[in-house]
Design a protein around this ligand. Structure first.
Ligand code: HEC
Ligand code: HEC
Ligand code: HEC
Ligand code: HEC
Ligand code: HEC
Length: 491
């Protein structure tokens, strides 16, 4: 009897302890978390551990030089060392505590999380594998995904399984997973090969390209679901088909909804982040590696070209009683497989700039011009989202944002219309209009704040030659000019 009472007490205490321990990360009935199944929570990575370690990319380079060279200048290679990431990670750990860093690192350097090597922001003392970010042995060790088991039952926060090696009766063996049926020589004695259909699906990319709030499971970035619910997914045009090919192949794929030829695939993973490629090129040059700097500049140019081919603009005048009253500007997403812009939609900026002049060159209408301090005017028409925290206030940081108060990006093959009222134009015959769709990685002030938060061991001046944050470069994605009659032509 006494023993039973004691046991009950212990059980009750254990239950209280469990609730307390769980309370740091909410156990919500809607987003139920199985912490045994997900030992690295808030990252949803799983690791099939064997006696074999992860293999750093320079080892793969020995036999796969071509793939290595392409990947080495990609944003995936930079995913952990990226100074913008390091700044935000530093802020996250200070605001929430160390636990949140597993969530971030689970996508930005997965090996560093499961081995427990990364102890916080900064690069000092880390192994090549941890610094290599999203490297060869991450993607080619992915043996499966747990997209149905996640708290949101969607791919999120690194919901893949890493199996770099297995134990066999002949001892431990590396297994690398790829798209093809392996040949006899596959692996050159270094690794075994396994054919993996996952590598020919967007699900491989989904686990990392669905960034959810670390515990509220709100989709902060939903590139995969935007793609899945759009026309490219229906035609089996995958992330790989646009991002693992050069610019010409990508355009052909996007325009005709056809998959690239087998031999066109490359390890570029090129997207929109020209700023990061540019910074990395500067760092490589400073370190005396001109060849690597050239590779980064090639990625820079590819990202700019990609942005310049993603959208289209149409200008249509509308008249009332024969007088020009309004301009309709239609912005079309013609080649992005997901919304435009995608991912960090509450940080990236894509907006319309319009200038209209009379015949004498006098400006009669403007909107969206960047100010001298790099800020955008309040009237600028942005295609983005506004993050909102628990208290219904505007927020940017991913650990604070739990919903969007406004989400206004352009769906794949979709469009958005913007209307500009035209002032009274006495005696004027023509209105000359110039419209630009402009893009930059972030608001000037946001970028400055992020780079200020970079951990001390990353010296921006020494590594990147940055003394201060320069005005962020803007890319003009599309430009349209029109000369519009102020009076409607008689029909
Ligand atoms: C599910 C995977 C995932 C998780 C978790 C994740 N990220 Fe990311 N992060 C990404 C992807 C993918 C991008 C690229 C999106 C883009 O380029 O628009 C990115 C981009 C970024 C960028 C922009 C980098 C640049 O150069 O512009 C920052 C900053 C960043 N992440 C910080 C964080 C922090 C801090 C955390 C943790 C609180 C975090 N991320 C968690 C996948 C993830
Ligand atoms: C983000 C994930 C990812 C990373 C990182 C990555 N790969 Fe791949 N790799 C893939 C995918 C997906 C394919 C299949 C592409 C296709 O359909 O042909 C592939 C294909 C391959 C192939 C088969 C031949 C080919 O080129 O298509 C080899 C070999 C290979 N990768 C080696 C590497 C090496 C070496 C690295 C590092 C330098 C690397 N991969 C980094 C995803 C990745
Ligand atoms: C000793 C040489 C050697 C090393 C080191 C090596 N590989 Fe391979 N690997 C090969 C050979 C040979 C093939 C078969 C020919 C080919 O596809 O290039 C192959 C094939 C592959 C494939 C294609 C599998 C498929 O779908 O058919 C992938 C993926 C791959 N390797 C990944 C890696 C990764 C990742 C690393 C580093 C962790 C690595 N390899 C290191 C020799 C090597
Ligand atoms: C039909 C071609 C196409 C497909 C398919 C496609 N993308 Fe993109 N992607 C683009 C274009 C064009 C851009 C540049 C414009 C933009 O930022 O949306 C881009 C940009 C991106 C960016 C950079 C966003 C930023 O603001 O920095 C990421 C990340 C990305 N894509 C990931 C993916 C993933 C993951 C998939 C699959 C789920 C995918 N893409 C499918 C064409 C495509
Ligand atoms: C292990 C996680 C992970 C996987 C798997 C992954 N990515 Fe990424 N990817 C990232 C992170 C993190 C970044 C952003 C790094 C940064 O900006 O610091 C990124 C960036 C990118 C970018 C560049 C975005 C830009 O703004 O320019 C593209 C394109 C991209 N990924 C495509 C893919 C494709 C295609 C696949 C699948 C074949 C894939 N990724 C798989 C984590 C991943």
């Amino acid at each position: 009897m006494q023993l039973k009472g004691k046991l009950a007490l212990i059980l009750a205490a254990a239950a209280t302890f469990a609730t307390l321990a769980g309370s740091a990360m909410a156990a919500s009935p809607v987003f139920d978390v199985d912490r045994e199944f997900y030992p690295y929570y808030p990252s949803l990575i799983k690791w099939n551990k064997s006696t074999l370690d992860f293999t750093p990319p320079t080892v793969c380079q020995g036999c796969h030089e071509k793939q290595y060279k392409e990947w080495s200048a990609s944003v995936h290679q930079l995913a952990f060392q990226d100074p913008v990431y390091q700044g935000e990670l530093n802020k996250a750990v200070k605001a929430v505590g160390h636990e949140i860093s597993r969530q971030c690192e689970g996508c930005h350097s997965p090996a560093g999380v499961v081995t427990g090597e990364i102890k916080g922001p900064g690069n000092a003392g880390l192994s090549e594998m941890a610094l290599a970010g999203v490297s060869c042995d991450i993607c080619h060790s992915v043996s499966g995904v747990t997209h149905w088991q996640t708290p949101s039952h969607e791919p999120e926060n690194g919901s893949f399984i890493l199996t770099p090696g297995v134990e066999t009766k002949d001892g431990p063996r590396f297994v690398k997973r790829g798209p093809f049926k392996p040949s006899e020589e596959c692996g050159g004695g270094f690794h075994d090969c396994a054919e993996s259909s996952l590598h020919l699906q967007a699900d491989l990319c989904a686990s990392c390209h669905q960034v959810y709030h670390y515990d509220a499971h709100f989709p902060l970035e939903a590139t995969y679901l935007e793609w899945k619910h759009g026309p490219y997914a229906q035609k089996n045009v995958l992330c790989q088909d646009c991002h693992m090919v050069d610019t010409a192949s990508f355009k052909k794929t996007a325009d005709q909804f056809i998959k690239p030829d087998r031999k066109e695939y490359r390890h570029y993973f090129n997207g929109a982040n020209y700023l990061l490629s540019y910074l990395a090129a500067g760092a490589a040059k400073k370190a005396g590696n001109q060849e690597q700097a050239d590779l980064f500049m090639k990625q820079y140019q590819m990202a700019v070209d990609r942005l310049k081919s993603a959208a289209d603009i149409e200008i249509t005048p509308s008249y009332q009683k024969g007088e020009l009253k309004e301009l309709q500007v239609r912005v079309k997403n013609v080649r992005a497989g997901h919304n435009l812009p995608t991912s960090l939609t509450n940080v990236r900026q894509m907006w319309l700039e319009i200038v209209a002049k009379d015949e004498a060159g006098k400006t009669v209408l403007t909107s969206g011009q960047v100010g001298a301090d790099g800020s955008l005017p309040a009237d600028a028409r942005l295609f983005n989202s506004d993050g909102m925290g628990d208290n219904f206030h505007f927020a940017i940081d991913p650990w604070v944002v739990t919903s969007f108060s406004r989400h206004d990006t352009i769906p794949p093959r979709g469009y958005k219309d913007v209307y500009y009222g035209v002032p009274v134009l006495k005696g004027m015959k023509k209105l000359n209009v110039e419209v630009k769709l402009r893009y930059r990685q972030a608001d000037q002030k946001v970028a400055e704040a992020l780079l200020k938060a970079v951990p001390k061991d990353i010296d921006l001046e020494k590594i990147y030659g940055l003394k201060a944050v320069p005005p962020l470069p803007v890319v003009d994605m599309a430009l349209k000019k029109a000369s519009i009659s102020t009076r409607q032509a008689a029909r």
